[in-house]
Ligand binder design. Structure first.
Ligand code: FDA
Length: 394
């Protein structure tokens, strides 16, 4: 005998828990199945353990998708302010770190506890350690076969996330279900991910491992101004994670270091004051010391006094700092990617409810859908908003 529920949600992550809360509040009998031992594991590790749970500036322009309009409806129906109100109603203290990014003051676990409390209040059932064996269409809905038995439901919500961090249980399950029901997929790739360099590049930058600097990172038309971190493997830091979502293999990343500082003007002023000062010393007034050394050595200007350089010479030298072009060898892949770009093609989904257009009762929400946010709380906002939208209809 199969158990009967109105709604089965596969995945107790951000999106699945939000959908469960909303569907439960509407009186639907909901069960959430997850193969993990604990719910919301990505919430727990997010934002360095403090969960950057939303971004107050979230708008459709902060998301990548083959159809940039798709996310508009859900984002308008459930806004960052709606989530902040929920957080406030649970007395969870938070702060804005930078650029509209809201973090818990204390711990990401507060967000998980809040969602679990809301689920309990909405009478949604949570089953962990659930091994899903198959999903089948029935006359009245769906049958989910697990290692512990069968569950029949009229609405099935796939909230099992993307492929990022397989060590944490990411499986690509959602894409297999989409394929099973004939929904198209947009090719997936790791996003918000550090970029790697080849051994020769790493050798030439070895002096710089561990150096962080503010920069504008550009790839094609996309540009992000934040910190860049040079690592033993390549490039990281928020500006690189952001631009990685736009970068494609073989393409360049262009870095404009210290975008708000006119380095050439500073060097010219320093030369006027003291022409005997070494270029490297003057440069180290604005750039980290090791970067100053790297750029002067690379240009063959080690130990050169400023007086040796003409205005044109300084301008040409600074171009290398303001338009530093690097061709990454690849990315660190799903092992460290924060999210998965691509996924279930939004053309197959109704943007109000997240329901598959051709398979009534089947829903896809959260990261498995081809909607990917920038770094900075946008991905959770998409999880909350798409989960909320499905929760109103299932
Ligand atoms: P999510 O991956 O959260 O949940 C999917 C659930 O499905 C998991 O519980 C999983 O166990 C389960 N599952 C998978 N396959 C299954 C199967 N076959 N059977 C049963 N269950 C299955 N975003 C942001 O906005 N702010 C931030 O601070 C961060 N920080 C951050 C740090 C790190 C290290 C990572 C990896 C990611 C972030 N993110 C983030 C991104 C954010 O975590 C991500 O966008 C959301 O968790 C996506 O929510 P979902 O509910 O869609 O999937």
């Amino acid at each position: 005998m199969a158990e009967q529920y109105d709604v089965v949600i596969i995945g107790a992550g951000a999106a699945g828990m939000m959908a469960a809360i909303e569907a439960g509040k509407r009186g639907r009998r909901v069960v959430v199945l997850d193969h993990a031992k604990a719910p919301g594991e990505k919430i727990r590790i997010s934002g360095g353990g403090r969960c950057n749970f939303t971004n107050i500036h979230a708008s459709p322009k902060n998301f990548l998708s083959a159809n940039p309009h798709f996310c508009k409806s859900a984002l308008a129906r459930y806004t960052p302010q709606d989530f902040v109100s929920l957080v406030d109603s649970h007395g969870i203290a938070w702060h804005e770190k930078t650029l509209g990014q809201l973090f818990c003051d204390d711990s990401a676990k507060d967000i998980i506890r809040m969602l679990l409390t809301e689920m309990k209040d909405a009478r949604a059932v949570l089953r962990l350690g659930a091994q899903i064996q198959s999903v089948e269409k029935t006359l009245s809905g769906f049958r989910v076969v697990t290692a512990d038995g069968m569950i029949d439901c009229s609405s099935l919500v796939i909230a099992s996330g993307g492929k990022s961090i397989p060590k944490m249980g990411a499986t690509g399950f959602a894409y297999r279900i989409a394929e099973q029901f004939g929904l198209p997929l947009i090719e997936t790739r790791p996003a918000l991910v550090p970029l790697t360099l080849d051994p020769a590049q790493l050798e030439s930058l070895s002096l710089l491992a561990g150096v962080a600097v503010d920069a504008e990172a550009r790839s094609g038309k996309a540009a992000f101004e934040e910190a860049v971190l040079i690592t033993h493997r390549g490039l990281s830091g928020p500006a690189i994670l952001q631009i990685s979502s736009y970068w494609r293999e073989g393409g360049d990343i262009r870095l404009g270091l210290l975008p708000r500082v006119d380095i050439a003007a500073l060097l010219k002023a320093a030369r006027r004051e003291n022409g005997r000062q070494a270029l490297q010393t003057a440069l180290a007034e604005s750039l980290p010391k090791r970067l100053a050394q790297f750029f002067t050595e690379t240009a063959g200007f080690s130990n050169r006094p400023l007086a040796d350089l003409s205005d044109k010479g300084i301008d040409a030298f600074c171009l290398g700092i303001k338009d530093w072009t690097i061709t990454p060898a690849g990315s660190e892949g799903y092992r460290t990617a924060e999210v998965t770009l691509g996924g279930v093609d939004t053309r197959a989904l109704d943007s109000r409810s997240m329901q598959a257009r051709d398979v009534p009762g089947l829903y896809f929400i959260g990261e498995c859908v081809d909607v990917t946010g920038w770094l900075g709380g946008y991905n959770f906002q998409w999880a909350w908003a798409s989960g909320f939208s499905a929760g109103q209809t299932v």
